[in-house]
Design a protein around this ligand. Sequence first.
Ligand code: ADP
Ligand code: MG
Length: 246
Amino acid sequence: MTTATTSVSLTGTDLHLSFGTNKVLRGVDIHVDAGKTTSVIGPSGSGKSTLLRVLNRLHEPEQGDILLDGRSVLDDNPDALRQRIGMVFQHFNLFPHRTVLDNIALGPRKLRGLSKDQARAVALEQLELVGLAEKAQSRPGNLSGGQQQRVAIARALAMKPEIMFFDEATSALDPELVKGVLALMTDLASGGMSMVVVTHEMGFARSVSDTVLFMDRGVVVETGKPEALFEDPQTERLQAFLSQVL
Ligand code: ADP
Ligand code: MG
């Protein structure tokens, strides 16, 4: 798969964020090498989604820095930053009354300034890459949840992101549909896309990630190569978490 234009490295250092008195991120460090995948695992409420939203500045960090390709992005226009980052969520939020192709073409047309024909060509190319070209003229509601999520991934890729964020992209899917989405994410990773993947899919985290980060209560409790984290967890908290999810 040759979707990655130029993938960049991402570094977050000492990131802090509170909601009122709730300190949700308490000094988080994260790093993704260019073309590599970092998975973020941890219990519900530990701050994983908030971390992604801080990294694309939907929430401004109260402290810390965010670097793409080694350069701080905190002084950049947040919209410009968000165009460099593709986001895929649990709920795909496709426009139900538009065709699959139009759903994907909308971003390139509106935000990348492509002509209608150019945007549709880009959309079709991405749709082919996710294996759904024959659904171009369908409405999202006529697709399975797994197919809709692959369309959402195509929509993100059509913006030519330099890095992709996934937030529990398979959590809302019926079990039999999870595999196809994970296979696509695996293809993207091996095609050299930089990715941050928040996931409960421990098989994916273990087999596809270059680095795994275990978060609990707003801090990174352990980080390292997947083999090390899964086979030899150093903390009681990670041991307890793994014994619940594996
Ligand atoms: P996770 O994704 O690991 O389940 P979240 O990042 O969603 O965790 O949430 C971490 C904490 O931040 C939770 O206590 C949650 O209630 C709180 N939180 C998340 N988003 C908001 C928000 N927009 N306003 C207030 N509190 C929030
Ligand atoms: Mg979350």
